[in-house]
Write a protein that binds this ligand. Structure first.
Ligand code: NAD
Length: 504
């Protein structure tokens, strides 16, 4: 196998990818996330050889099913990943099931015995991953019981805890949760999933920034006018009303995904491309983000809730949503950093449901040349356009750079042209595959550390505080738009506009 296919530390014997040896104990093994994302991700690691003979999965949930039924569920959930029935059956044979109520402390001894038995059977050498794919109110309980009921090994290379979002609903609750987790696991054993960090082009931000002088040399307030981050969804709240109405876009999308993307764009160059170094730069960046007072929060953040049109119900008409709900389904905001690199260069963010499409993009808008020598009288030239680096995160993956060039007509007229690179997505691993592989490797780069989570909550809590005391005027945007007019006005006030816009 040629070397460029896998990193050096990834190569095991016979040039196959390095096999990762572990027992994976999955809490919430019959749930939506496990069946839709986690089993296909594990299967793809199996296909590639990262998981081979020395792994076993214990699925647990309250359902009373046996191993055979569980293996059938696993096989079904990975069926679309391969036509090879034998491969799927071999993979599923590594899965075992224990009906278990996570609040039943005594029952953890059954899990411990099963784990020890499988450890011997598959020669797992004491390596354990505990993945909690269930409602967040159980995270602390499971972590505590794992520790007190002696499921953590002492002979192995690692015991790691993986938890899903949301991590708290404000700083106080997040801190309480973190205190509960850290009573049983050290920070370097805790892997907080933010699946945006598993996306190809989010990981590519670091390569684009730190692998190219032409960008990193200009990556500051002298050359960048503003940065825009858009996470748009075209769907509404669907079946998640119960959760979503209690959360809203600010908590569901801004505190985690958007703040993570912002910190990758804003951070200084890490000393090395290693998790500890990257995390420390991200934290430093987030700590220089200006935490707004009441006046600034009202001026710099906009919220929205979708109304109805001929083919769409309004948010308040969705099943499970109270008719007088003031939960925001849209957020736009302006973020300011008080540091040498970014002072004066705003980061604009927006996210929402029932918008004009499902896509995520970052637009880095560079400043125009100080003098436009082409705009002499009677030249007929249009003013120079902004140079814009757009990072397309999804659904297409790639980036484009908008530059000004002369067009090929008579006379001298400039016009913007896009230099574009789009990735072939056939071989791109899905976020959960990358992230689970990172957990098995012990690489925390693409997970949120506690100091990052804490800083993000402190920022977001200030916005929430203001919104909780002010009555919104909802609904205020129509499905298929890019949010309320106020989101455009937020930039217009600064004599700017969103790079991605649609005609209203
Ligand atoms: P789910 O409700 O589909 O699954 C929950 C699982 O927990 C089920 O297997 C259920 O049997 C089990 N369970 C519930 N109570 C239990 C108890 N007392 N003891 C033992 N097992 C119990 O939830 P989900 O959608 O799979 O979400 C799991 C986690 O992942 C949540 O934290 C969620 O916020 C997060 N998440 C889910 C998605 C998604 O696409 N589903 C996306 C991002 C994050």
């Amino acid at each position: 196998m040629p070397l460029y296919l896998v990193n050096n530390d990834e190569i095991g014997v016979n040039d196959l990818p390095k096999e990762r040896r572990a027992l994976i104990m999955l809490f919430g093994g019959t749930g939506d996330l496990a069946t839709r994302k986690l089993y296909p991700a594990l299967f793809n690691l199996y296909k590639k050889g990262n998981l081979r003979d020395h792994f076993a999965v214990i699925g647990t949930a309250r359902n009373k099913i046996n191993d055979a039924e569980f293996q059938e569920l696993v096989a079904k959930s990975v069926a679309k990943e391969s036509d090879d029935k034998k491969l799927i059956a071999n993979f599923a044979s590594h899965f075992y099931y224990e009906a278990h109520d996570v609040t039943d402390v005594k029952h953890y001894s059954v899990l411990r015995e099963k784990a020890d038995e499988l450890d011997k059977k598959y020669d797992l050498q004491g390596n354990r991953v505990f993945y909690i794919s269930m409602a967040p109110n159980f995270f602390g309980t499971v972590a505590k019981n794992l520790k007190t009921q002696n499921l953590l090994t002492e002979n192995g290379e690692f015991n790691r805890l993986v938890i899903e979002k949301p991590f708290g609903r404000d700083y106080e609750s997040a801190k309480q949760l973190n205190d509960e987790l850290s009573a049983s696991f050290d920070e370097n054993q805790i892997f907080r999933i933010d699946h945006y960090l598993g996306k190809e082009m989010i990981q590519n931000i670091e390569a684009i920034r730190f692998g190219n002088t032409i960008f990193e040399a200009l990556w500051n307030n002298r050359y960048i006018d503003n940065i825009q981050i858009t996470l748009a969804e075209d769907l509404g709240v669907e079946e998640r009303a119960g959760y979503y109405d209690n959360s809203g876009a600010l908590r569901d999308m801004v505190q985690n995904h958007i703040m993570q993307i912002v910190s990758l764009l804003a951070m200084e160059q890490p000393v090395a491309f290693k998790d500890v170094d990257i995390r420390s730069e991200k934290v430093k960046a987030l700590r220089s983000l200006r935490v707004y007072d009441v006046v600034e929060a009202s001026a710099n953040f906009v919220r929205g809730q979708y109304g109805s049109d001929n083919s769409n119900k309004s948010y308040r008409e969705e099943d499970g949503v109270p008719a007088d709900s003031n939960t925001e389904t849209f957020v736009a905001g302006k973020l300011l950093f008080d540091n040498y690199r970014w002072s004066g260069t705003p980061f604009y963010i927006r996210t929402g449901k029932k918008l004009a499409g499902k896509f995520t993009r970052v637009d880095v808008v560079f400043k125009k040349p100080l003098v436009d020598i082409f705009a002499f009288p009677q030249s007929g030239s249009t003013p120079l356009n902004d140079n814009v680096l757009t990072i397309f995160v999804e659904p297409n993956q790639g980036f484009s750079l908008r530059v000004n060039a002369k067009n090929n007509e008579q006379g001298f007229h400039t016009e913007p042209v896009d230099l574009e690179y789009m990735e072939d997505q056939k071989n791109t691993p899905q976020p959960y595959e990358r992230l689970i592989h990172d957990v098995l490797k012990g690489d925390g780069t693409n997970f949120s550390s506690w100091p990052e989570v804490a800083s993000a909550w402190k920022f977001v809590d200030q916005i929430r505080r203001v919104w909780d005391i002010q009555q919104p005027n909802f609904p205020n945007y129509i499905p298929g738009s890019m949010g309320p007019v106020a989101a455009d006005e937020l930039l217009a006030r600064d004599h700017r506009q969103w790079v991605y816009k649609i005609n209203r």
